[in-house]
Unconditional design. Structure first.
Length: 625
């Protein structure tokens, strides 16, 4: 019923579209309403800038309960990570004014925050931060736990993620990196970055309905409600302020996004010089020059051999994509206010953008990458195995959840074709097939996307797809192997349950009891088993609603540290039980067979604890103190 109402409102809301000032050979209303209907999305905004004119559109509901239609001039949507393009633009105005330098140690600009000297002689610079090559590990716990106060940005940057690779070596998308760059700009000016955005971007461009989300309602400038499907119903998502707002905390209307794109398609005035704008959009980092890379605060994309600069945004119940084609004076912005069925909204924005590009630039059979680029010295042929995204955490329990969502398997056939599983962001696509193009480059069969294989500075095999980088894993680093080892260990421990059953059978049959052992040893083993099982049961209950669980982690709710309390106690019991293993052999408890069995069971418990602590679960309760 809600879906039907949203679809009907989407058609009716087409009348809210701004009068077209450019003749577009694409039916935006049909394209977007079809996507909304297919993916169960209540509302959308679109801005299309072409040949110096901008058209804006609003479709569907901004609020389902109030049946408020989307107004492209007044209804604001979260733009999420598209905020990074605004942040980079503001920072570049300071570079243009000579107040910042892209290649200076960022510590030179920071007041209280400080980047650790993990790699002496290799400081992190603004260029690294704006291209996601600073080498930080990913940090997601508490990412959305914002308070809304502008001065909280500095506080959130006082404990930076670990540096896990030298700067400039590999691409690893980082919200922290963009926020740290913003803090450097704010510290240089002696203000908060929200003021920097307002004075250097929003006000000069006349973006009257664009601001950092403070979590305060404004009836004159409404914010669309964000929705997620749960049990077939659209459930409103709480979208408050974020501490790391430079990375994803801006809200804007379709009209303001059109004006922002029109600015970027111009000559730089009034914010930047033409040279500074060209630097902002220009290629900065490529893992492989035959694939898309990074600009400053933008990603490269390709439509055939036509270069685009773009940025997507994803948040709880909101998804967007801004695409600029500077050489063709074309800008496209699409945003939805829901995750959609099976999380399809993000892909719907990409698919709609590609349709518009096909119709306005012409469909192309070329591969999506720069024409004529040559293979780097680090190019390598595809290697079978499991690969893991460089956007990874090694310091807290998010390690497991990030690994489970980012591992990619690669299979190589005898004819050289490659099959990947887990590389696509489309939930409807599992496997992708790739045909060799030579020198480690592969093109998707019946498609235009490219991937490439290479080696890093340490000689490790890497997989690149333009959107990210993936490291080849040794067999013992694979998530499935580690989780299988944990399960096997717990089953070994559980096998001690046969002892009381065997004792019962002995008593019933009148057979003599086995050689006595230690009651304490058995109590410790039982405690380790019960506590470990309790941890698994609690986590299974949390994971029953995956979306809610992930949101709780992003908001910093201490559900995992609380759930891991029994696991921490199990670790203590297991450590004590390991001592009793030694005593069992030295004091000759039980029969030899039972001593062997007890030893294997406690070693199994130790393996289970070791694997869970590899993912930092056993020590997670320490975060509560």
């Amino acid at each position: 019923m809600i879906l039907a109402a949203a679809a009907a409102a989407a058609v009716a809301a087409g009348a809210l579209a701004s009068p077209a000032r450019a003749q577009e050979p694409v039916d935006i209303e049909a394209l977007i309403t079809e996507a909304m209907d297919e993916h169960a999305i209540p509302g959308a905004i679109v801005a299309l800038t072409s040949a110096g004119a901008t058209s804006t559109y609003g479709f569907g509901f901004a609020d389902l309960d109030a049946e408020t239609p989307v107004d492209p001039e007044r209804t604001r949507f979260p733009i999420d990570s598209v905020s990074k393009a605004f942040t980079a633009t503001a920072i570049m105005t300071l570079v243009d004014d000579g107040m910042l330098d892209l290649d200076t140690d960022v510590n030179e600009y920071l007041d209280e925050a400080e980047v650790a000297d993990t790699y002496p002689g290799e400081p992190i610079t603004l260029r690294h931060l704006l291209t996601h090559t600073a080498g930080f590990e990913e940090s997601v716990i508490g990412l959305l736990a914002g308070t809304g106060a502008g001065d909280r940005l500095e506080e959130s940057m006082l404990e930076l993620p670990e540096r896990v690779r030298p700067p400039g070596e590999a691409y690893a998308y980082s919200n922290t990196g963009l926020s740290l760059a913003a803090l450097a700009a704010a510290d240089v000016l002696g203000t908060d970055f929200g003021q920097v955005l307002a004075e250097r971007v929003f006000e000069p461009l006349g973006l009257d309905h664009t601001e950092v989300n403070t979590g305060t309602a404004d009836p004159d400038r409404p914010l669309a409600t964000s929705y997620a499907l749960s049990g077939g119903e659209q459930v409103a998502q709480d979208r408050g302020a974020e501490d790391d707002y430079p990375a994803g905390g801006i809200i804007a209307t379709a009209a303001d996004m059109g004006a922002f794109m029109a600015y970027h398609l111009g000559d730089g005035e009034p914010l930047l010089s033409a040279d500074a704008l060209a630097e902002l959009h220009g290629p900065q980092f490529h893992a492989d020059p035959r694939l898309p890379g990074s600009a400053l605060g933008f990603h490269e994309m390709y439509h055939g051999s036509t270069r685009l600069v773009a940025h997507g945004g994803d948040g709880p119940g909101s998804h967007s994509l801004m695409t600029l084609v500077p050489g063709h004076d074309l800008g496209i912005y699409i945003a939805f206010n829901a995750d959609g069925a099976d999380g399809g909204a993000a892909n719907a924005a990409e698919e709609a953008t590609r349709t518009i590009l096909d119709q306005m630039l012409g469909a192309t059979a070329e591969a999506d990458g720069p024409a004529g680029a040559t293979a780097p010295d680090t190019a390598a042929e595809a290697a079978a195995g499991t690969y893991r995204s460089t956007r990874m955490n090694e310091s807290d329990y998010s390690n497991l959840f990030l690994a489970m969502g980012s591992d990619v398997t690669v299979a190589v056939a005898d004819d050289g074709t490659v099959t990947t599983t887990g590389l696509s962001f489309d939930p409807e696509v599992d496997e992708q097939h790739w045909e060799p193009q030579g020198d480690g480059l592969y093109r998707e069969a019946d498609g235009s996307r490219l991937i490439a294989f290479g080696t890093d500075d340490a000689g490790n095999t890497m997989l690149y797809n333009g959107d990210g980088a993936y490291e080849h894993l040794a067999w013992y680093e694979r998530t499935d192997v580690l989780l299988a080892a944990a399960a096997a260990g717990l089953l070994l421990l559980a096998s001690l349950l046969v002892w009381p059953l065997a004792s019962f059978i002995r008593r019933r049959s009148g057979r003599p009891a086995p050689r006595p052992g230690s009651r304490l040893a058995l109590v410790l083993a039982a405690s380790a088993g019960v506590l470990s099982a309790a941890f698994i049961a609690i986590m299974a209950a949390f994971l029953a609603d995956t979306d809610k669980f992930i949101l709780a982690i992003l908001e910093g709710a201490p559900i995992v540290p609380l759930a891991a309390i029994p696991l921490a106690l199990a670790a203590v019991a297991t450590a004590a039980a390991l001592v009793t293993v030694v005593l069992a052999w030295t004091r000759r408890w039980w029969t030899t067979g039972r001593r062997v069995h007890y030893t294997l069971a406690i070693l199994g418990a130790a393996v289970f604890i070791a694997v869970t602590e590899y993912y930092h679960f056993a020590t997670a309760p320490m975060q509560l103190f």
